[in-house]
Design a protein around this ligand. Structure first.
Ligand SMILES: C[S@@+](CC[C@H](N)C(=O)[O-])C[C@H]1O[C@@H](n2cnc3c(N)ncnc32)[C@H](O)[C@@H]1O
Length: 327
């Protein structure tokens, strides 16, 4: 892949506006993918009408949501506002989920601000009909911190259910071999240690995932321009654990289209939306790229390379503001 980065799009409105003419989405657009039955809609996660049009009479068995929360300035009122807004898309999700289904939500906990918004979000979820199932932590490779505190290296993932959905425990097995012996127990009069007794030679992921690489520019799945991309491996693990082939997986915050791509790879249908036409376009392009080349992202290049190279205004803008040269 060529080395053509694209700066974070959420931090540069001018760049976003220069890319908008190349997007096949605007607010209200729904793209129906005739090949596999996926849908991408452009709009707000609380827009009932848009979601009605996407789902029609259908329901999903799995929701994977990764809402934006970094915009919260962590004033008390911001957290209250975020929770009120979250209540709405959580309720909508409940309505579009099957009787027995699962929901996973990625959310941050700011340690400088009473672990918000996670703390209030968990409280809010206790007032809904969802039942709590697990609180997963995914360990990042890189962290941030000072010498005065524990380094912050986790991403939080909440797992709730509606009814009694299936859970495919096979999805839990990692590629990490069991190395620690111990835990001796008598089975049929013979003393065995735990590795002899277990079903697999590898450890289960459990609720602390240490085997997933954070996305960065050297990985093929990297999507330049995106700022909050989740690793495909994490989303695939969730999909395999909590859905079956041909079922519908929904995601109301598409961004780089990770849930869409993982659904495509695993033969599920994905109904996804994003409020921003540029991220809807990126999600669609990522699916198209995968179908054409088998690649899961642009690594060092980006989804709009072919347009940027021909667009003088865009080229000059990237050169002047970021010293990025497109030749
Ligand atoms: C944290 S990112 C999701 C990342 C995604 N899981 C991935 O792997 O690429 C959040 C996304 O939500 C979108 N978003 C923000 N507000 C929204 C809203 N009200 N309704 C729908 N999408 C929204 C943003 O444009 C952004 O792309």
């Amino acid at each position: 892949m060529l080395k053509h980065p694209l700066p974070r799009l959420d931090k540069d409105d001018e760049l976003r506006n220069l890319l908008l003419p190349y997007c096949r989405f605007k607010t209200g657009t729904i793209w129906y993918d005739k090949t596999a039955g996926h849908k991408i809609g452009c709009g707000d996660a609380t827009d009932h009408k848009l979601l009605d049009k996407i789902f029609k009479e259908k329901k999903s068995t799995l929701a994977i949501h990764d809402p934006p929360y970094n915009f919260i300035a962590f004033q008390k009122s911001d957290v209250i506002h975020f929770i009120e807004w979250s209540k709405k898309w959580i309720k909508i999700t409940y309505d579009y989920l099957e009787k027995n289904s699962s929901i996973y939500i990625w959310l941050g906990a700011d340690q400088k601000n009473n672990f918000q918004p996670l703390a209030s979000f968990i409280e809010m979820m206790s007032t809904t009909k969802f039942k709590s199932k697990s609180f997963i932590t995914m360990r990042n490779q890189r962290g941030f911190g000072t010498s005065q505190n524990w380094m912050s290296i986790r991403q939080e993932l909440l797992f709730y259910v509606k009814g009694k959905p299936k859970f495919n425990v096979e999805a839990e097995y990692t590629e990490i071999p069991k190395v620690l012996k111990g835990y001796y127990k008598k089975v049929n009069g013979i003393v065995t240690e735990n590795i002899e007794r277990s079903k697999s030679e590898n450890i289960r992921a459990g609720n602390v995932w240490i085997d997933i690489q954070q996305v960065f520019y050297r990985m093929e799945e990297n999507v330049n321009g995106c700022f909050a991309q989740k690793p495909l491996k994490a989303i695939e693990r969730i999909i395999i654990a909590s859905s079956e082939e041909n079922e519908i997986v929904c995601d109301f915050f598409a961004h780089s289209g990770t849930t869409l791509l993982a659904s495509e790879k695993l033969n599920r249908k994905c109904f996804t939306i994003d409020i921003d036409p540029v991220f809807c376009e990126i999600s669609r392009r990522r699916l198209e790229l995968f179908r054409k080349t088998g690649k899961t992202g642009w690594q060092n290049s980006n989804p709009f390379y072919n347009e940027i190279i021909k667009d003088k205004k865009l080229k000059n803008y990237l050169k002047k503001k970021y010293q990025i040269e497109y030749r």
